[in-house]
Every structure is written in C-alpha cells, then in structure tokens.
Design a protein around this ligand. Structure first.
Ligand SMILES: Nc1nc2c(c(=O)[nH]1)N[C@H]1C(S)=C(S)[C@@H](COP(=O)(O)OP(=O)(O)OC[C@H]3O[C@@H](n4cnc5c(=O)[nH]c(N)nc54)[C@H](O)[C@@H]3O)O[C@H]1N2
Ligand SMILES: Nc1nc2c(c(=O)[nH]1)N[C@H]1C(S)=C(S)[C@@H](COP(=O)(O)OP(=O)(O)OC[C@H]3O[C@@H](n4cnc5c(=O)[nH]c(N)nc54)[C@H](O)[C@@H]3O)O[C@H]1N2
Ligand code: SF4
Ligand SMILES: [Mo]
Length: 767
C-alpha cells in the first residue's frame, strides 16, 4: 500500500510567474477541482474517498486544518479546497523508510525547503540522533522513551525543560500531556497560541472574562452587520465564506477591513450552488476599508467616537443604556478619552478617507446586531491587545455581546488550538484549574507561571532550558527571529519532536535529538478496548468527536495518547494517581478525568457521544455574565499609537499563501494573488514602487530596520506590484520570520509582531 522515495523537485525561484493582478473571487468549481484532483493523485481513489467523504461528517473525523465550525446540517461534501489539501498531505501513503536516515545526513536535510521535507512522506518509526553525530538512526520505542526519561530525570530542576504544543493535538492527548508536564513539576507549556490568538485571550479575558468567541455558528445568519478585520477567510477559513454568503442572503451587510483586497472577501462562488458554478457568485463585502497596517486601533476608536457623538446629539437613543448600566463599567472614562481623539492622527494611522470612516460608523449605528470577527491581522501587532479591547468597547456600547446575531469572534487558527487551551495547555493556567487537577490526581501541581514561546527561545539560547519537547508543530520554523530560534534549539542538550511529517525543527536540533512518529486524525486508532475516537473544540466552543477512517500508514505508529501516556509512565510513574497504562487502552478513562477537572466538561463521555457533540458554557454569550474582577464587562481606555514608518521604509506583513498551512508548504503557488512557482516575492503598491524608484519584476534584498542594528535580511526577492495599502508591503510566512526580532512582541500577550515589520528594500546589484 505504501510508497517510498518520491521525486520532489525544489522550486527554482527564477521560474516565478506573476499574472499581474489578484483574483477578485474565491472558490467555486476550480476550488473543488483543485482539491479532488491532487487527493486522487496522491492517495488513490480508495483512500481519497474514505477520507474526503468522512471529512467533517458526524461519524467521521474533524478537519485538521482550521478551527472553523461545522454547520448543524451537513452536506455530502462538507469541506473546502484547503481542508482537502490538509487531508491529502496527512493521509498520503508515501512513507519515509529506514534507509532514508542513512542516505540523508541532518546537515543535508537542513538545506532542504519545508516543501521538500514535507513531501518525503509520513514518518513511520522513532529515530535518534546521538550527540556528535550527523545522522538519525532508527531506535525502538522503548529506547526512545528511556533516553527522554533519563535526560528529564537528570535535570537539576523541572523548569530546565520545556514542553511545546501545536494546535492539532486532540483534547485527550492535550489533557494527558499537561498532566504529565505538571506532574513532572513545571508549567513550561508554551504553545502555538502564544504566536497566534494570545492577544485575543488577553484582551477578552480582561474585558469580558473569557478568551473565546461569544457567538455560535447560527449567529452569522442572524446578524445585521458582520465586520471582518485582519482576516483572509478565502484561504484560511474557506467555509466561513458560506456562512457569510448565508448571512448576506438573510440581509446582513458585510464590511472587510484589510490592507489587501483578498479574493474571498470580494466575491465568492459557492461550489455547492448552481450559481456558484455558472454565475458570478456573491459579492461578499458591501464595504472594503483598505486600512494601513496597524491602523485598526485608530479606526475602531474613530467609530466608537462617532457612536458617542450620535448619542450626545440624540441622548438616550443610541447607546444600549440598560445593558451598559446593568453589565458594564468604564463608560464615562471612555467617553472622556475619545472626546479628545485626534482625527488627523486617525486619518494618518488608517490611510482612510473621512467618508469611509463615516460610512462604517453609519452602518454600525443602523445595525441592531453586529458581529466582529478577526484573526492575525489584528493579533500580531505591538498594539494587538489594545486593538482587541477597542473591538470590545465598540461592541459593548450598543449591547452587541450576549444577544442573538451579535458578538465578538476571534477566528482560531489550528483546528484544536482552542480545545488544547481548555484542557490546560497554557503556561499560566489559573489556580482553580490547578486545584482541580491536583485533587483529581492526588498531587501538588507547580504554581509558578511557566515560559511562553518567546521566553522559551530566550532561556534555551541563554542555557537555562536544556531539553525541548514538542507535541506537534514546527517551533523553529514558526517562531519569530529565525536565527535566534536556531541558536536556541542548537544550544539544548536534547530536542524531541512528536510529529507526523518532517519539518525544519527536525533538522535544527539539540546536541541529541529524537523524532517520534505519530498517527494523524484521519487514521483508525485501534486499541485494546476497540477503535478509539478523540475530541476537539472549534472556534465557537462546540466540542465534538473525531473518528479516523483509514488504516494507519505504518504498523508501528503510536497515537499521541499512547506516546504521552507511555512517556509519562516512565518519567513520573505513580507519583500521581493516574492509570497511565490504562489510558491508551481506552480513551474513555481520560475523558472521565476531564469530566472532573475541566469546567463545562462534566459528563464528558456521554455528552461527546451526543449527535454533533456539545457546546461549552460561555458566560457572556449565554447570560451576559462577565467573569472579571468587578463582575462587569469593562470598557477600557487605550492610548492611541500607530506604527511609525521612517522615510524610505515600508511596513511589511507576513502572511499565508493559498498553498500552505503555516510552515507546511503544499505547493509554490498562491492562486488568488496570481503568484505561481515560487514564494520569494514581496508585494508593494504601485505608488510606493514609484516613490522608492523600484519596478515590478525587480529583485531586492529586504532588510529589517530595528534599533538593535542586527542585519536581518531576506535576499533576492522579486518585487510584485500589487494593490496593497500605500506604505505597506507583504511577504510570506515563515520565510519572513528571519526579519522579526525576538523582542518585537505585542504588549501584554508577548505575541511576535509578525504583521508590522519595518523594512527597507534594496535593489540587488546587477539584477
Ligand atoms: N489554508 C490555511 N488555513 C489556515 C492556515 C494556513 O496557514 N493555511 N493557518 C491557520 C492558522 S494557525 C491561523 S492563526 C489562521 C490565520 O488566518 P489569517 O489571519 O487570515 O492569516 P494570515 O495569512 O496571517 O492573514 C492575515 C490577514 O490580515 C490582513 N492584515 C495584515 N495586517 C493587517 C492590519 O494591520 N490590519 C488589518 N485589518 N488587516 C491586516 C492580511 O492582509 C491578511 O488578509 O488560519 C488558519 N487556517
Ligand atoms: N511571521 C509569522 N510567523 C508566524 C505566523 C505569521 O502569521 N507570521 N503565524 C503564527 C501562528 S498563527 C501559528 S499558529 C504558528 C504555527 O506554529 P506550529 O503550530 O508550530 O506550526 P505548524 O506549521 O502548524 O506545524 C506543522 C507540523 O506539525 C506536525 N503535525 C501535523 N499534524 C500533526 C498531528 O496530528 N500530530 C502531531 N504530533 N504533529 C502533527 C507536522 O510534523 C508538521 O510539520 O506560527 C506562527 N508564526
Ligand atoms: S473551512 Fe477549515 S475546517 Fe472547514 S474544511 Fe475548510 S480548512 Fe477544514
Ligand atoms: Mo495560528
């Protein structure tokens, strides 16, 4: 069944093709074609059918790509092009055989691209790179666990190790993992969320007492106005376009706030509908505000000011006074602060015209039910937390939280990143959770906060942290300041990655390194008590089961639950009262513990077996209950600041192409933006090109401009003339991570500032 040694050609960046203009519509029949054809080619018709037909079905498995929720009524094809790509990438029958490791020294693998590494196929056996050697070699599971356990037990303090998690991990594996880590004695549990929606969690936690969306799926169709800020759903949450289309049909207006005219935000052709196949599709955005990078905070303050001005003009008619009086605090301070808003600064920060801002304010005032959604264009900024607090301010003024068709909705990235947090993957879990955990397993969990992603790099680099263990993900590839990340990982004594496929973090290692291969969500997980399922939580707090449907790609693979349990058994054993050997035989035992420890998960085994699962309780959404120190939702005052851009520089955002999932590169095209066969491009507006004396097609070096004067540079990128907001530029992540200093983080959340990198473009001599 399996295949080995695929011929994978690296991209030759000299071949890049640019069609010259972005697409104005997304999905439709090309979307379906672009997913089915590669699926059948890579998996064969049998495996393609068994996976894609089960994708997002109630008795099938949950899409491992983004965290977009499933509608109550499912169709036969309940997935999008990018979901199909994720499935194809994971369920491929191509595997890495034992001989691979002898053929490819680690130093040679390091020169390969993420694309090439991922295309080598699935990892199938544990491998070990001893200190001082340049090759991994196969080892038994038993040997692998012994190496890790011996090392962990030899450390002078549990805080000398760090335990990363990426957001694909199931609730069951995540729960056991954090238990293991805390039983070992540390809260060092950094995760991908530190680089992602951490700013949302901070801002919402402080203002409304919960770091999660306050809406359910059905609220989209009930809204009058949906504002989509700093998000590219056509690529990153493609089925959200269906929800937006349905909302429009039910009468909602949609506003997109983005420096780029992203295809899906403009027009959408729904492949499930006749008009999506033959027609022009639905125009999605009624208004498109082409904001300057980092200008959202100013825009939001300007809208809130207009709301308060309208109230002043017609007292008692604009604000939701009953809601504000009963549930909120801070209105007067906010009013006083916004009264002094400098409109000239707003125009400078946003790059928008007054009429555009007035129009959005008018739309907001006209609407009774408003949803604001956002993603990385908002969170990955120095002022990310403050900007999200301004989103909350605006919503609270007119009671747009805790009523049907209205609410705040961070749209999560990884398919189970939200669930992992619910299960305790956070370096700062609150005391109530730790109390419950300690009581359930009869031990005293550590109380001191652990390290987040940025602090992990610092402490590994400076020699404090000696062991890195990653449950999924690609820490070195995903983190900011690539060079610092490399130096940090190389400075550890042991790095361990639990992974499905090869990536950068397997080629940049500690002195000694291990790769533990694991099963993916598509695969049938057969254990002693029968086939197991796992559970996940989507972006609107719905928890449901996921059942694998194809044979595991190799016989020796262990599930994540099995790996974590066996490792924990070796390292912490019976120092906590946990049936480590029993968990992997029957995941119901894990869920019983989750029932007792995690708020809202009582009776988990029964509720998870209900049709479609269950929805976690959510105070603001369900009852306008706000778990803040005052018991009220907090309107907050945030000093306006926007990204300063010295003359001759641009503000560069790093973003995803249509052919990638984070550091996983499926291919070298970005169809909606008209890019083919390469990724080393930088998008710049025609006006800026003229001002900088550059032209489309020219090659430039991109230099980061930071006070520390470290020369962070990306060499020889092709300039693409593109309709981005003036003063702004864009390049792809993860390549652009080289340019982001480790110290450049959001205030409060410590999320790397991946969306506002100050750069200077220098023409490549002779090019
Ligand atoms: N196919 C696919 N799906 C994915 C992923 C993937 O890589 N591929 N990744 C998953 C993950 S982990 C995440 S977190 C999400 C990410 O989902 P997104 O946040 O949509 O991802 P990005 O590509 O980072 O896009 C950021 C968007 O914000 C805009 N933007 C940048 N700066 C600003 C700004 O200052 N203001 C405003 N208003 N807009 C700005 C950009 O133009 C872009 O449209 O997607 C998830 N889903
Ligand atoms: N410059 C810049 N940097 C960014 C961002 C940005 O927009 N710009 N975005 C940030 C964001 S939002 C995020 S979420 C992070 C992402 O950071 P990560 O989550 O660390 O990175 P991924 O690329 O999603 O991880 C992919 C790897 O996960 C492994 N994997 C896949 N499926 C499974 C599975 O089922 N189990 C296990 N154990 N492993 C699996 C595979 O080996 C694969 O290579 O990157 C961040 N970095
Ligand atoms: S919208 Fe997201 S979760 Fe749904 S099928 Fe597409 S990639 Fe998967
Ligand atoms: Mo993310």
């Amino acid at each position: 069944m399996t295949r080995k040694n695929p011929q994978v050609e690296e991209a030759n960046e000299a071949d890049i093709e640019v069609t010259g203009h972005p697409k104005t519509w997304a999905a439709g029949v090309p979307g379906v074609y672009h997913s089915l054809e590669p699926a059948i080619k890579h998996m064969g018709p049998g495996r393609a059918g068994k996976t894609l037909l089960a994708l997002n079905q109630k008795d099938g498995f949950d899409c491992m790509s983004c965290a977009w929720p499933d509608p109550g009524h499912r169709k036969t094809f309940e997935f999008c092009e990018n979901g199909a790509k994720a499935v194809t990438w994971e369920a491929t029958p191509v595997v890495i055989g034992s001989e691979f490791w002898a053929e490819h020294p680690v130093s040679a693998l390091r020169e390969r691209s993420e694309y090439w590494l991922g295309m080598q196929g699935r990892l199938t056996e544990p491998v070990h790179k001893p200190a001082g050697e340049d090759h991994y070699r196969p080892v038994s599971w038993e040997q692998a666990f012994t190496i890790i356990a011996d090392k962990l037990k030899s450390l002078p303090s549990p805080d000398r190790a760090t335990f990363y998690t990426s957001g694909r991990t199931s609730n069951e594996a995540a729960f056991l993992y954090q238990l293991f880590v805390r039983a070992y004695g540390t809260n060092n549990l950094p995760d991908c969320s530190n680089m992602c929606h951490e700013s949302s969690g901070w801002a919402m936690g402080q203002t409304i007492g919960i770091g999660k969306a306050t809406i359910s799926y059905d609220d989209f169709a009930k809204a009058d106005l949906i504002i989509v800020m700093g998000q590219n759903p056509g690529t990153n949450h493609p089925r959200m376009l269906t929800a937006l289309e349905e909302a429009k049909e039910a009468g909602a207006a949609i506003v997109a706030v983005n420096p780029l005219p992203e295809a899906g935000l403009m027009r959408y052709k729904n492949p499930q509908k006749v008009k999506g196949i033959v027609g022009r599709g639905t125009q999605i955005a009624d208004q498109f505000l082409q904001v300057r990078i980092g200008g959202d905070m100013a825009l939001l303050q300007a809208i809130s000011k207009r709301v308060l001005d309208a109230e002043a003009a017609n007292p008692g008619t604009v604000l939701d006074h009953a809601f504000l009086a009963e549930h909120c605090q801070g209105l007067e301070e906010l009013r006083a602060h916004l009264a002094g808003l400098d409109e000239a600064a707003v125009l400078e920060a946003t790059g928008l015209r007054v009429e555009e801002i007035d129009e959005l304010a008018h739309r907001y005032l006209k609407a009774d039910k408003v949803i604001i959604t956002w993603a990385m264009g908002i969170t990955q900024h120095k002022k990310g937390v403050a900007t999200i607090k301004e989103i909350i301010n605006l919503l609270l003024l007119r009671g747009n939280i805790g009523k049907p068709g209205a609410g705040a909705s961070p749209i999560r990235g990884h398919s189970n990143v939200q669930g992992d947090r619910t299960m305790g993957i956070w370096e700062q879990m609150p005391p109530a959770f730790l109390d419950a955990l300690g009581e359930e397993f009869s031990f005293e969990p550590p109380r001191e906060h652990g390290v987040d992603a940025v602090e992990t790099i610092r402490q590994m680099r400076d020699g404090g942290i000696r062991v890195f263990l990653g449950l999924g993900g690609n820490f070195v590839g995903a983190m900011s300041d690539t060079d610092a990340g490399i130096a940090a990982m190389e400075n550890t004594e042991l790095s361990v990655q639990i992974s499905t496929k090869l990536n950068r973090s397997h080629t940049v290692t500690g002195a000694e390194a291990l790769i533990l291969p694991t099963m993916g969500r598509t695969e049938i997980d057969l254990q002693e008590s029968g086939p197991q399922f796992v559970s996940v939580e989507d972006t609107v707090c719905a928890v449901h089961a996921s059942h694998g449907t194809v044979e595991p790609v190799a016989p020796g693979l262990l599930s994540e639950v099995a790996i974590v349990s066996r490792l924990a058994n070796k390292v912490v054993g019976d120092s906590v009262q946990a049936d480590w050997a029993g968990f992997e035989k029957n995941y119901d035992l894990v869920r019983d513990h989750i029932s007792h420890v995690v708020n809202g998960c009582e009776d988990y085994n029964r509720k998870i077996r209900q049709d479609g699962g269950f929805v976690l309780p959510n105070g603001p959404r369900d009852s306008r209950t706000f778990n803040t120190p005052t018991g009220k939702a907090m309107l907050t005052v945030n000093e306006l600041e926007h990204v300063e851009r010295p003359a001759g520089t641009l503000i560069l955002q790093s973003m995803r192409s249509h052919d990638q999932f984070n550091t996983t590169i499926y291919g070298n095209n970005d169809r909606y933006r008209g890019i083919k066969k390469g990724r080393e491009v930088v998008f710049v507006s025609p006006a800026d090109l003229a001002e900088l004396g550059l032209s489309d097609g020219q090659h430039v070096d991109i230099h980061g401009v930071y006070k520390d004067n470290v020369d962070r540079v990306l060499r020889n990128f092709r300039v693409v003339s593109y309709p981005t907001a003036d003063g702004c530029a864009a390049a792809y992540y993860p390549e652009a991570n080289v340019l982001v200093p480790l110290e450049s983080v959001a205030e409060g959340s410590q999320t790397p500032v991946s969306k506002a990198i100050i750069v200077r473009l220098e023409p490549v001599a002779g090019a």
